[in-house]
Design a protein around this ligand. Structure first.
Ligand SMILES: Cc1cc2nc3c(=O)[nH]c(=O)nc-3n(C[C@H](O)[C@H](O)[C@H](O)COP(=O)(O)OP(=O)(O)OC[C@H]3O[C@@H](n4cnc5c(N)ncnc54)[C@H](O)[C@@H]3O)c2cc1C
Length: 482
């Protein structure tokens, strides 16, 4: 079918908007990654029925459908060539005591606002969180600082309703027949090939399906390749009454890494990390030889933990605060680490990220820092690092001249090989997308990769949902825009 015919047919088919003017196509051709892929048409459904009609139309006419949230993804996972579907109109929120039912298009900032009025919160809080759509957060299995205590998105989902590649509306785990099939496939995994980490957004999380009651979790981190999430039942919690934030200074990355293991035993709600390149942006005088900081937050047993930490942390305590206002100020510094790191790098030395969110078992965090040190020596690069140290999840930004961009491929291969050897994952939170899908087979081995293909075939036999991501990775044309 010719492009214009597709556009016009969709316009006749659904009640929502069907758009294809140049500006719209340009807008939807980029996200927060370095890639640019122009779609044929953008569809903004008015109803769930519209979504079903679009998928059935796409299947019949063999056109791809890629669902997009707010387009903040860092690896090009919401970009594709066919139909882009934006669920911004599916934005309902119902709040109950311990759960909320949300439409996939609701922006997390709005959800946070509604929940906080009822004294509740949804724990996964990516730094960019307020601007993401919940569909995108589920699609990426996003996490954040407090994942340490409360888990990633996958750990906070109770039920998902979605449209598969055949245009069928399914709710998991309540659909028993489909749940049994998903569980059957997941029970065949080679468990030892799955990373032993506390957060993981690589491939399909078959390892999290421990019974037929868990089958909805297959959608988390599936990047719109198995189904288009329409709505979800998510777990919510009471906002803690008090918080304590402790900023600890270290003279070496390795000492900070060692302390993380001890601190984690005290049940903190977060252990976050920034390296010394960020320090100059803080409105605070650190010691001259400070190499990095840990942000340790508690939301329970405040007094006990305050004293505990004083007694056994090897680092120097720079600041302890219980004031909500002051805590927010410090978290803002941490959340802006990416922006500070970019500001500190000359434009021509900014290399697009690809190795930016590997995660290792916490006891291997020191090894991750050593790998980076060696890579810097070997490739004559520098790095800025920050991230979720308590989860062994470090964001790495490479600094090197852009003209040497070709070394990025070699750096990625070398880094990922070593991360996998340490029992880690190549992506703890940002997902595979265009940037990393080609590394998934190395991560999980051929048996598990075959099962990924099986689960894809089960939900999307014609491969119309976001093709080229996760299974059958395809190289897209790229436009550097960092
Ligand atoms: C500055 C910055 C800081 C960040 N910090 C963090 C962080 O601390 N922790 C963290 O985990 N992540 C972080 N991220 C990444 C963040 O998790 C993603 O950007 C976010 O989850 C994507 O949400 P989105 O609505 O923009 O989705 P999009 O980028 O639009 O889409 C992301 C993926 O989800 C899929 N998707 C979208 N909607 C649906 C749906 N309805 N059904 C099925 N699949 C769907 C898309 O197809 C795509 O594959 C950061 C990103 C930026 C730019």
């Amino acid at each position: 079918m010719k492009t214009l015919e597709i556009r016009k047919s969709l316009r006749k088919l659904i009640s929502g908007d069907v758009l294809w003017d140049k500006d719209i196509l340009n807008f939807y051709s980029v996200d927060s990654s370095l890639y640019q892929v122009t779609p044929k048409v953008v569809v903004i459904p008015a109803t769930e029925e519209d979504v079903i009609s679009v998928v059935k139309f796409a299947k019949k006419n063999k056109i791809s459908v890629t669902v997009r949230g707010a387009g903040t993804g860092l690896v090009g996972s919401a970009l594709n060539t066919g139909i882009i579907i934006d669920l911004k109109n599916l934005n309902s929120i119902t709040v109950k005591k311990n759960y909320s039912i949300i439409g996939a298009g609701i922006i997390k900032g709005k959800l946070d606002q509604v929940l906080s009025q009822k004294g509740k919160f949804f724990p996964p809080n990516p730094s960019i969180g307020p601007y993401c759509a919940m569909g995108g957060i589920i699609g990426n299995n996003a996490s954040g600082a407090r994942t340490l205590k409360y888990g990633s998105t996958i750990d906070n989902l109770e039920e998902i309703t979605f449209v598969n590649g055949k245009g069928e509306k399914i709710t998991l785990p309540t659909n028993n027949k489909i749940s049994k099939n998903v569980f059957k496939i997941s029970s065949k995994i080679e468990k030892e090939k799955f990373p032993m980490v506390s957060k993981n957004s690589c491939g399909y999380r078959l390892d999290c399906i421990k019974s037929i009651k868990d089958t909805h979790k297959i959608l988390a981190g599936s990047e719109g390749t198995l189904g288009i999430v329409l709505s979800a039942k998510i777990r919510i919690r009471d906002i803690p009454k008090r918080r304590l934030l402790v900023i600890v200074e270290y003279q070496s990355l390795r000492n900070a890494a060692k302390d993380c293991l001890k601190i984690k035993e005290t049940n903190p709600s977060a252990i976050e990390f920034v390296d010394k390149s960020t320090l100059k942006n803080f409105d605070f005088k650190f010691k001259k030889n400070t190499d990095c900081l840990l942000f340790v937050e508690y939301d329970s047993d405040i007094e006990k933990n305050k004293n505990n930490l004083k007694n056994f942390a090897d680092g120097q305590i720079a600041k302890i605060s219980k004031s909500r206002k002051e805590i927010e100020k410090w978290w803002k510094f941490r959340d802006l680490a990416l922006s500070y790191s970019l500001k500190s790098i000359k434009q021509e030395d900014r290399i697009p990220h690809i190795i930016e969110d590997a995660t290792v078992p916490l006891e291997k965090l020191g090894n991750l820092f050593s790998i980076i040190e060696k890579l810097n020596k070997k490739f004559h690069t520098n790095t800025v690092m920050y991230g979720h140290a308590g989860n062994g999840n470090i964001h790495v930004r490479i600094i090197s001249n852009r003209k040497k961009i070709k070394i990025l491929d070699e750096i990625s291969r070398t880094y990922f090989e070593q991360i996998i050897e340490l029992g880690g994952t190549i992506t703890g939170e940002h997902g595979d997308g265009i940037a990393r899908s080609r590394f998934i087979k190395n991560q999980y081995g051929p048996t598990n990769y075959q099962l990924f293909k099986k689960i894809k075939e089960f939900f999307d036999p014609e491969e119309i949902l976001n093709p080229g991501k996760i299974t059958k990775p395809r190289r897209f044309s790229t436009l550097e825009k960092v």
